[in-house]
Design a protein around this ligand. Structure first.
Ligand code: NAD
Length: 504
């Protein structure tokens, strides 16, 4: 297989038809082993594209290219405004190619193309635009010291790139999860070896082409596709990688952290969640039912912040639950490319099997199936092999059940009643995760009291699932280490140097 630079003009069909290579040092090339793997369309189960199956030798080559690019004057010597301009240009290119990127994301992941356009593509462009302003604004400090012996010292700090960043991302928001890492890493002058999830690598490959078009020099961004246990593990353990930025499951986050200790890499982790979504007694039942449904069924429930544990005050429980079940039954499930579709298939046969097994375990432990739990009716024959599951609601659930304790990562809501606020807070915090929480009320005192008491990185009050590049995002407890986005993330992509000058 030989992989050449992209032909023009590009259509999504011609993009998919290529044999996709690895991007190493500015060249697209096959895997060293010559092996490939196939990405599947989750709506049909049919092959969508063929990709290079990278291995340790490819990771070695990508890390070497990234190290060389760190010292390349075309990157190292850019001034901050010039670096910012590259990020800004990439934001513009993402917007110019929005339709194409959204279609690629929808075909590869299964999500509705409208979601891919508004959320995945929209977030990616916004991220690069926001971080394009930081290179010229992330200042060090001059620090007033009190040295002994009458010394006069000028002490200042400078932020320097960490070096080579290994970025490993999941399949739920493929391109935007990549951009959460790429934008701050590149803004701060690092170079990157990026590994997309094997289920959904295509949009990231296209983004890498756009980055080259924007003018990022060769080797600044390298992409190695392939299995996590091979490519991801090699990046996490590689002595030439200075920092690993991981988004994915808590289980794999643990493996990555252990592998990273060899050369004491910096590690940042965005991991799983099991977020409580809370309804107080003064909330509007109809509005809250719709919001709770969106909180879990958005992106087929494959959202780290999914409001997957619903706690409704007992006074409102019956009314909210009956509206929610009605709402769930009306959600149009279908292929992501159908404009009528509100919920697409799950990403893979494996994910569908996992989610189905959770539903079965919930029922075996005594939960009641209020709706869903099966493949929806009415999908055409061409979608017989697709990974569809109807929006599913389990009631009469308790904290002893696996469906309440573990992250399902699918369109399955578990619902519970509550009466006393203290008991509610205990239940909301009764989880190894602490990524996010939502609550619905106009009672200011209760809203702030509950927001303060819940151990989670994001609290949404009368809204849910909003993010912004300017606001920090990340988890308490086993939901991660560090924060993405906002000013704070820049610390994670820089080393701070303290310089002492004796002026005595
Ligand atoms: P995953 O942990 O299985 O995989 C994530 C990435 O790690 C993939 O690229 C995978 O190939 C790679 N990987 C797998 N094994 C590896 C290994 N041994 N060493 C290094 N890398 C390896 O997760 P997933 O199934 O792709 O995504 C779902 C998970 O991601 C959920 O738990 C979800 O909550 C989490 N997630 C978290 C956030 C967040 O911001 N907190 C965002 C999105 C998804």
């Amino acid at each position: 297989m030989t992989v050449s630079s992209p032909p023009a003009p590009l259509t999504v069909a011609s993009f998919l038809a290529r044999e996709h290579g690895l991007l190493i040092g500015g060249r697209w090339r096959p895997a060293e082993s010559g092996q490939t793997f196939v990405s599947v369309d989750p709506a049909t189960g049919h092959p969508l594209a063929t990709l290079a199956r990278g291995g340790p030798a490819d990771v070695d080559a990508a890390v070497a290219a990234a190290r060389a690019a760190l010292a390349d004057p075309r990157w190292r010597d850019l001034n901050p405004l010039q670096r910012g301009e590259l990020l800004h240009r990439l934001a513009e290119l993402v917007e110019e190619h929005a339709e194409e990127l959204a279609l690629i994301e929808s075909l590869d992941n299964g999500k509705p193309v409208s979601v891919a356009r508004a959320v995945d593509v929209g977030t990616t462009a916004k991220l690069f635009r926001y971080f394009s302003g930081w290179p010229s604004k992330f200042e060090g400090a001059t620090i007033p010291l009190s040295p002994r012996g009458g010394l006069r010292i000028l002490n200042y700090t400078v932020h320097e790139p960490v070096g080579v960043v290994g970025a490993i991302v999941p399949w739920n928001f493929p391109m935007s999860m990549a951009s959460w890492k790429l934008a701050p890493a590149l803004a701060m002058g690092n170079t990157v070896v990026l590994k997309p999830a094997e289920e959904t690598s295509l949009s990231t490959l296209r983004l890498a082409e756009l980055a080259a078009e924007a003018g990022f020099p060769p080797g600044v961004l390298n992409v190695v596709t392939g299995p996590g246990s091979v490519v991801g593990a090699a990046i996490a353990a590689h002595p030439g990688v200075d920092k690993v930025a991981f988004t994915g499951s808590t289980e794999v986050g643990r493996l990555v952290t252990t592998a990273a200790t060899g050369n004491m890499k910096k590690v940042s982790l965005e991991l799983g969640g099991k977020s409580p979504h809370i309804v107080l007694p003064d909330a509007d039942p109809a509005a809250v039912a719709a919001a709770a449904a969106d909180g879990i069924f958005f992106n087929q429930g494959q959202t780290c912040t999914a409001g997957s544990r619903l706690y409704v005050h007992a006074d409102l429980y019956d009314e909210v639950m009956s509206a929610l079940v009605e709402h769930a039954r009306r959600i149009v499930v279908g292929p992501g490319q159908d404009p009528a579709t509100q919920m697409g298939p799950l990403v893979s046969a494996r994910q569908l099997a996992t989610v189905n097994s959770y539903v079965e375990s919930g029922l075996a432990e005594g939960a009641v199936l209020a709706t869903g739990g099966t493949r929806p009716d009415g999908l055409g024959d061409q979608y017989a092999g697709g990974y569809f599951l109807a929006p599913t609601v389990l009631t009469e659930t308790t904290h002893a059940m696996r469906v309440v304790r573990e992250e399902i990562f699918g369109p399955v809501l578990v619902a519970m009643r509550w009466r006393e606020v203290d008991e509610l807070i205990d239940k909301a915090n009764d989880s190894p995760y602490g990524l996010s929480a939502g609550l619905w009320t106009n009672n200011l005192t209760q809203a702030h009291r509950i927001a303060a008491a819940i151990r989670a990185g994001t609290i949404w009050i009368n809204c849910y699932n909003l993010t912004d590049p300017a606001s920090p995002f990340g988890g308490f407890k086993q939901s991660g280490w560090g924060r993405e986005m906002g000013r704070g993330v820049l610390e994670q992509y820089t080393e701070t140097k303290s310089v002492w000058v004796n002026l005595t």
